[in-house]
Design a binder for this molecule. Structure first.
Ligand code: NDP
Length: 248
């Protein structure tokens, strides 16, 4: 347990994958956790039980992060329960791949809405309580793809690159309030999304990664916990790659 004991984190998309690992790592530091989910109700409840067994308080909260009304209600519910939100991890994200020439308006809009608008809605909604308490951490999960692009992912790349710009601007806005804003850009991490790739796709991707292996969800979770901690109090507006060297 660290100086984070008793703080409250809202982690979006925390029922599984990177979000769940980040929630668990923060819980190990004594942080109480609101587990946001959109469709994975059962996994979210299992995550809450797992987190409570670590000795912290936790609730699940359903909201589509791309829906402003649902985000507003979720933040109200979490604030009513815990009294505050100190740490926001904007982790929820989707892909809907296709070459631009064949990309539908819906695929473009869905990815931008979830990944980018979701980050905007959640950040704005929690900022008021952070400003009031003069302490806060906003940690966005971007992607290496937002730094170097990827064929078939113009929508996803645009959403993740925009999060980098959002990070720079918001970090400047809130720096004097003792609120830091940073983005972690993972490379390829073992999760449901990556594990379904074909062997051929995995072989191609491996040639892009200097360390020649995929990362683990804990590689990202450790960075989330570090950025949330007092050790990282002078780090803001940064895009931090955790990618086995892929962005080099
Ligand atoms: P998963 O598919 O395992 O998890 C995605 C999570 O996002 C799910 O929990 C899902 O919730 C949630 N989510 C999706 N849409 C919404 C929404 N509209 N509202 C609320 N939650 C939503 O993915 P990962 O763990 O792999 O990805 C997590 C983040 O990391 C994403 O932002 C992704 O872009 C990023 N990333 C992942 C990489 C990887 O290699 N895995 C690489 C680079 C970045 P639910 O299931 O409840 O619908």
């Amino acid at each position: 347990m660290t100086e984070l004991k008793g703080k409250v984190a809202l982690v979006t998309g925390a029922a599984k994958g990177i979000g769940k690992a980040a929630a668990a790592k923060l819980a190990e530091e004594g942080v109480n956790i609101a587990v946001n989910y959109n469709s994975s109700k059962q996994e979210a409840e299992e995550t809450v039980k797992y987190l409570k067994d670590l000795g912290i308080d936790s609730i699940s909260c359903q909201a589509d992060v791309g829906n402003l009304d649902q985000v507003t209600k979720m933040v109200d519910v979490v604030t009513d329960h815990f009294g505050q939100i100190d740490i926001l991890v904007n982790n929820a994200g989707i892909i809907d791949d296709g070459l631009l020439l064949r990309m539908s308006d819906e695929a473009w809009a869905r990815v931008i809405n979830t990944n980018l608008n979701g980050t905007f809605y959640c950040s704005r909604a929690v900022l008021r309580t952070m400003v009031r308490s003069r302490w806060g951490r906003i940690i966005n999960i971007g992607s290496v793809v937002g730094l170097r692009g990827n064929i078939g992912q113009t929508n996803y790349t645009a959403s993740k690159a925009a999060i980098n710009g959002f990070t720079f601007a918001l970090a400047k806005e809130v720096a004097t309030r003792n609120i830091t804003v940073n983005t972690i850009t993972p490379g390829y991490i073992h999760t449901d999304t990556v594990d379904v790739l074909s062997d051929k796709q995995k072989d191609t991707i491996m040639t892009w990664i200097p360390m020649a292996r995929f990362g683990e969800v804990d590689d990202i979770a450790h960075m989330v916990a570090y950025l949330a901690s007092e050790k990282a109090k002078y780090i803001t507006g940064q895009i931090i790659s955790v990618d086995g060297g892929m962005a080099i």
